[in-house]
Design a protein around this ligand. Structure first.
Ligand SMILES: NC(=O)c1ccc[n+]([C@@H]2O[C@H](COP(=O)([O-])OP(=O)(O)OC[C@H]3O[C@@H](n4cnc5c(N)ncnc54)[C@H](OP(=O)(O)O)[C@@H]3O)[C@@H](O)[C@H]2O)c1
Length: 330
């Protein structure tokens, strides 16, 4: 693979730092590396593969297509809203981790194992889906292809690392008995059914993201999707319980076989061998278990998925998109 000249926007954040780890773990051949962040951390030194890099301030001028041809963005929605189109217009291919562009019909929303073909040769802005959506659509794609999907109901158990450093700090703070500084209630010894802002519908924005993004990635607007998203006092690793109704009757053996063969999935068939957030943390597979028929409704089953929300739910998925684009465009 040819070397890639690359920028990371939000390089000092939790996802930004994990980008560097994943680039190293997946052995991506990086040439020029430009690390960008806000005034708060510009000037700091960050090391990558034994070399020190100075973090630079993000400005429109910093988005220079002569220095880099790809940019991984993870600095929040407002930064992506302003800067991602500038970079894309300059000819830089942006892979954006924020929710700013995900539902734009002109922007592909991609999980490489599911819909890499959504990216066209001229696309310079590619959106990385929400973390809980990514780990859900891997097994759902298998079910969709085999039996069709009528309805999907999500309940999530999301780690505090999903809120970046402010989330992990609030868990530590409230575990010490101090007042929360980020979440509305103490997250220690608690479950908060509130992720992102509340919408007039009564859903949270996180729930609406899962609903909309699932339909977009699977290319199925007719499918009914609903979600309840819950923040739990887990440091890292999201869990999602999924209740699925299929169009045609499902066959569990056929499903097990297809899930076992699907890229990116680690299947745990035995009920007591269910995967946990701790097992998911620090690796790149989406682990799937607790698959069982839901006898309360026709053609319906339950399953459980866990994944590292910072790796496969953010950085790894984006780096996999990068690598596939490098291959396809070289
Ligand atoms: N954590 C997750 O599980 C997860 C999963 C999927 C997607 N994401 C998305 O990834 C993004 C970052 O999340 P995170 O968890 O890494 O957050 P974080 O730990 O708070 O880091 C935010 C990063 O963005 C930079 N930044 C903030 N404002 C900036 C500005 N005006 N100009 C330039 N850089 C700026 C920060 O730089 P300074 O430190 O210099 O301010 C820092 O490097 C968010 O859009 C989030 O929704 C997160």
């Amino acid at each position: 693979m040819k070397r890639v000249n690359l920028a990371i926007v939000g390089a000092t954040g939790m996802v930004g730092q994990t980008f560097l780890q994943v680039l190293e773990d997946l052995d991506v051949p990086v040439g020029e590396l430009v690390l960008l962040a806000s005034q708060r951390t510009a000037g700091q030194t960050v090391s990558f593969k034994g070399r020190d890099y100075t973090v630079e301030l993000l400005t429109p001028q910093a988005l220079d297509p002569v220095r880099f041809q790809y940019a991984l963005f993870s600095a929040g929605g407002s930064v992506s809203t302003e800067y991602a189109p500038l970079a894309a217009k300059a000819g830089i291919t942006v892979i954006d981790n924020s929710s700013a562009w995900r539902m734009d019909p002109a922007v592909p929303l991609v999980v490489p194992e599911v819909n890499f073909d959504a990216i066209g040769p001229q696309d310079h802005l590619i959106a990385n889906p929400n973390c809980s959506t990514i780990q859900s659509v891997l097994p759902l794609k298998v079910l969709h292809d085999l039996f069709g999907l009528t309805r999907v109901v999500y309940t999530t158990y999301q780690a505090v690392s999903g809120s970046g450093y402010r989330g992990t700090a609030d868990l530590a703070r409230t575990q010490r008995g101090e007042k929360p500084a980020f979440y509305r209630h103490p997250i220690a010894d608690n479950c908060l059914p509130e992720i992102d802002v509340f919408l007039p519908s009564g859903y949270t924005k996180e729930e609406q993201k899962m609903i909309d993004e699932t339909r977009k990635i699977l290319g199925d607007d007719a499918m009914a999707v609903s979600a309840t998203c819950v923040r739990v006092p887990v440091r890292n690793g999201h869990s999602v319980a999924i209740n699925v109704t299929t169009k045609r009757p499902f066959d569990l053996d056929q499903l097990h076989e297809a899930l076992a063969a699907a890229p990116g999935i680690g299947l745990r068939i035995e009920p007591e061998n269910y995967p946990t957030a701790r097992q998911a943390s620090g690796q790149d597979l989406v682990l799937v278990g607790r698959i069982r028929p839901d006898d309360s409704f026709p053609n319906t089953l339950h399953l459980w998925t866990v994944a590292d929300n910072i790796r496969k739910g953010a950085a790894t998925n984006a780096v996999q998109i990068l690598m596939k684009c490098m291959e396809a465009r070289s």
